[in-house]
Design a protein around this ligand. Structure first.
Ligand code: PHE
Length: 444
């Protein structure tokens, strides 16, 4: 029977042909790991919040993840054909309602209503994605913003007001690379109708110092934990660099990368907020900056957690390791893995269905409607957290028929128990069956 309505966190929504959210995902909306005391995601949020304090910044942590397409995309200036809007990337409830893909969905509302010049918002966000140890369809973001009001600063001198506030921030001694010019004419223009170059530069300078201080706090804590626990730990000085980026709702925009344990890691996105958002939010006299950071990847680094699925574990061997840390962040410890259970890899090969709708068969056009995320979704639906990763291991086009065949390796492994071969076989049969039923592929 067709489902016509669905209840998420106690609210009921009509569904339509856009509905593509599995029940496991809908049920997980109640987990809210960022609000679960002593959970690594919660602790990571706390560390970040400690750098943006009241009364300048107000925190909002319990906004509903079900939002409108207007909030998630339109209000932020996403073009109509942006790939993020597609059903293969996003979980829809109906054509105008979805599970937020980022906490930026709340920008307009908060710019309008927050009673403080800065705000932080954390929450669970949802994206259809690949399966491996650092991707999960639900993760957590923390977003922050800071604005100044032209009509409220002394003498109307907003540039001076921003630099005065910057001067009140602490300094740090971490090396910063920032090779970009302040704007890029096409990719990251100055919003010249709304901001003078001096204003945009003041906002950028305040943004950069604020976010550098946040990142220094996070990574200093990671290093302290490592040094406390590992007698052979060798300290390497932290380095950060600003890299030009692009977001529909900021200009200019940057990502901040951190050099940690031999790699440059991308840790956040940020920029000078597009003035249209503030104008549409009813606060045209304000200008400011915004950033967004993913909490789960940061928590994995802080606690040296090897697999993102562990966050969803209710096993005491996992949760017990962090008890008491929320009340005393100096007790932060690295995670000690419990024994790794054996892996059970299984392959599945299939021919893709040629798409007649696109007007061609394989022989001529090689047109398919196969999207890898649909396969990932099936695997998650059947095997849940018993899959470690899914990889494309072979791709092949038949020389005579032109038909395309793919082979994926599904690596079954539980974090909490030994899977028998029989259990893996049963799950794999379920995956094979659903691939045929839902995607119309032909198994080989
Ligand atoms: N929402 C962006 C993302 O999910 C991050 C971001 C937030 C960028 C705010 C700029 C300003 O990638």
């Amino acid at each position: 029977a067709q489902q016509h309505s669905v209840t998420v966190n106690g609210k009921t929504y009509e569904t339509d042909s856009w509905f593509n959210t599995p029940s496991k995902i809908l049920e997980s909306t109640s987990r809210r790991l960022h609000l679960q005391k002593d959970h690594p995601v919660y602790i990571t949020r706390q560390i970040i919040e400690s750098k943006f304090t009241q009364p300048t910044f107000k925190s909002y942590n319990d906004f509903d993840p079900v939002v409108s397409t207007a909030e998630n995309f339109d209000s932020l200036g996403f073009p109509a054909d942006h790939p993020g809007r597609s059903k293969s990337d996003t979980y829809y409830i109906n054509s105008t309602t979805l599970l937020r893909t980022h906490t930026s969905a709340h920008e307009a509302q908060l710019f309008r209503a927050s009673s403080s010049p800065g705000y932080l918002i954390s929450g669970d966000v949802y994206r259809r994605d690949e399966i491996d140890r650092s991707h999960y369809p639900i993760f957590h973001q923390l977003e922050g913003a800071r604005v100044w009001d032209r009509t409220k600063v002394p003498n109307g001198d907003i540039v001076k007001a921003i630099y005065d506030d910057l001067a009140k921030l602490p300094t740090h001694n971490v090396q910063v690379e920032d090779p970009n010019p302040p704007h890029h004419v096409e990719r990251n223009p100055l919003q010249a109708e709304h901001h003078s170059a001096a204003e945009a530069e003041a906002v950028s300078a305040h943004l950069k110092r604020s976010l550098e201080l946040m990142v220094v706090e996070i990574f200093s804590r990671a290093k302290q934990a490592a040094a406390r626990q590992d007698p052979n730990y060798v300290d390497e000085p932290l380095k950060v660099r600003w890299v030009e980026a692009y977001f529909p709702f900021t200009s200019p925009s940057w990502e901040l990368e951190v050099y940690y344990q031999g790699d440059w890691l991308e840790v956040l996105g940020s920029g000078v907020s597009k003035q249209e958002i503030l104008i549409n939010a009813g606060v045209p006299d304000q200008i400011g900056w915004a950033f967004g950071i993913g909490l789960d990847r940061i928590a994995m680094l802080l606690f040296q957690i090897p697999d993102i699925r562990l966050f969803w574990s209710t096993d005491e061997r996992f949760l017990g390791q962090f008890r008491g840390v929320s009340d005393d962040l100096d007790r932060l410890k690295r995670f000690l893995p419990f024994s790794k259970y054996p892996a059970c890899p299984k392959d599945v090969s299939f021919w893709l269905r040629p798409t007649s709708a696109a007007g061609g068969d394989d022989r001529r056009g090689n047109v398919h409607d196969f999207h890898e995320n649909d396969l990932m979704e099936i695997v998650r639906e059947v095997a849940g957290d018993c899959v470690e990763d899914v990889k494309l291991v072979d791709e092949f086009v038949h020389p005579k028929t032109g038909r395309k065949s793919l082979c994926y390796r599904v690596n079954y492994r539980s974090l909490e128990r030994t899977l028998t071969n029989e259990q893996a076989v049963t799950m794999h049969e379920g995956v094979r069956r659903m691939l045929v039923e839902r995607l119309g592929v032909e198994l080989r």
